[in-house]
Ligand binder design. Structure first.
Ligand SMILES: [Zn+2]
Length: 407
């Protein structure tokens, strides 16, 4: 398996020469990267290499060792097969093959999102309509109400760092992280995403926060947990510690963005918010610490999160817009209009989101479907026990589990 793993890493690096978004992180041998950069191998050659890897993996069986190790080795084999399968699919896409939204998400992320009708969202919108009665489009009334909850630009860094410290404190109480782990934060503009974790290896990340659009108070904890603790930063750190450094599994030194690993990454990053701040703990912390730090009236914390809970029921509206848009049933303008109406995104945010669809396509399902799949998997084992939830969450972050393996 180690030999196939090495070939897989080199294949991913070679595909990265055709697709600038493909290699999200790499911290393996520098000479492998140099070799990939020195020659742009044609896609048909890479397709053959991927097929050969699949054949090689089909011929491997996991040796019968101790039960715990055997389960992990079995996960490793299944994981490599799916990751290579996703690489094959991405190569086919780069060669011009068109997949439907669902075919693409199945091939790349090992999952398909449910298809929901307009009526599903209309029910939630009717409740929000009652909450924000008045004239004109609901999105404008909602947006006007929300303006009081924007973090002022000059306070953003302080509020974000406070949130990061709180998320870290909660995480390290339950998960053992290497002493050297750390990350740096940068504020950027002109991106299709709102935050990004660039993992550097050696337990370090670079986290970028996009300030193109107003940053609302809920984004402080969301981003701090999602990008940092116990989200992407911790996930990458634990994979590096347990799989790369302890076991020498090279395949984890590379992270191809368009692969099943992304559903686990985004799903755990989003679900990790509720792991770090379960139940009422979040509103209590926001009221006591973050609202005052941002200069927002703390008496309004509960009100804000009541509306947020309703708004979150619209999470799958973004998938529907993306599905229709990428299946070419609607154009970019119609997709933005759909997001305004059903996901209550103001125009500028809706347009930013359509740019995200252009760049990352069916990747959108990893956030909400990923979160729901991870939640079900963890809660099925933890059954409401906070300590057990952390244990199972830590185990998932440290193992090569596939989206289809969450069922
Ligand atoms: Zn993410």
């Amino acid at each position: 398996m180690d030999r196939v793993a090495e070939d897989y890493v080199k294949l991913v690096l070679a595909v990265g020469q055709h697709d600038p978004d493909y290699v999200d992180a790499y911290y393996g041998p520098a000479e492998w990267r140099k070799a990939a950069e020195s020659a742009k191998v044609p896609l048909d050659v890479l397709a053959t290499r991927a097929t050969n890897l699949t054949t090689a993996l089909d011929g491997i069986s996991v040796p019968s060792t101790a039960a715990g190790e055997r389960e992990l080795s079995e996960l490793r084999l299944q994981y490599l097969k799916r990751q290579v399968g996703a690489t094959s699919a991405r190569i086919r896409m780069l060669r011009g093959e068109r997949l439907s939204f669902d075919e693409e998400s199945k091939a790349l992320y090992d999952a398909t999102a449910p298809t929901l009708p307009e009526s599903h969202f209309a029910e939630v919108l009717a409740q929000l309509e009652k909450r924000f009665p008045g004239q004109g489009p609901l999105v404008e009334r909602y947006d006007a109400w929300r303006r009081a909850f924007v973090i002022p630009k000059e306070k953003l860094d302080q509020v974000f760092k406070t949130a990061v410290a709180a998320c870290r404190e909660r995480t390290i109480k339950h998960l053992k992280l290497p002493a050297e782990e750390s990350f740096t934060v940068e504020y950027v503009t002109g991106k299709s995403w709102s935050g990004y974790n660039w993992y550097q290896g050696n337990f370090r990340s670079l986290i970028q926060v996009n300030t193109d659009l107003p940053v609302y108070i809920d984004r402080a904890i969301d981003l701090a947990c999602h990008e940092g603790y116990p989200g992407h930063h911790v996930y990458n750190v634990l994979l590096e510690k347990h799989l790369v450094k302890d076991r020498g599994w090279t395949e984890f030194t590379v992270y191809p963005l368009f692969s099943p690993q992304s559903l686990i990454a985004e799903g755990t990053a989003n679900y990790g918010i509720a792991v770090a701040f379960p139940g009422e703990e979040r509103v209590a912390y926001e009221r006591e610490v973050l609202f005052p730090a941002a200069g927002i009236d703390p008496r309004r914390a509960a009100e804000y999160y009541e509306v947020q809970a309703l708004f979150e029921k619209l999470a799958y509206a973004g998938n529907e817009a993306a599905r229709r848009y990428l299946n070419k049933e609607i154009d970019a303008g119609q997709a933005a209009a759909w997001l305004e109406k059903y996901a209550l995104m103001p125009r500028a945010r809706a347009e930013q989101r359509v740019r995200f669809f252009d760049q990352y396509r069916s990747y959108v399902i990893n956030y909400n479907l990923g979160k729901d799949m991870v939640a079900k998997f963890i809660e099925g084992k933890a059954a409401g026990d906070a300590q057990k939830r952390w244990e199972e969450f830590g185990r998932l972050l440290s193992s090569p589990r596939l989206p289809s393996g969450l069922r």
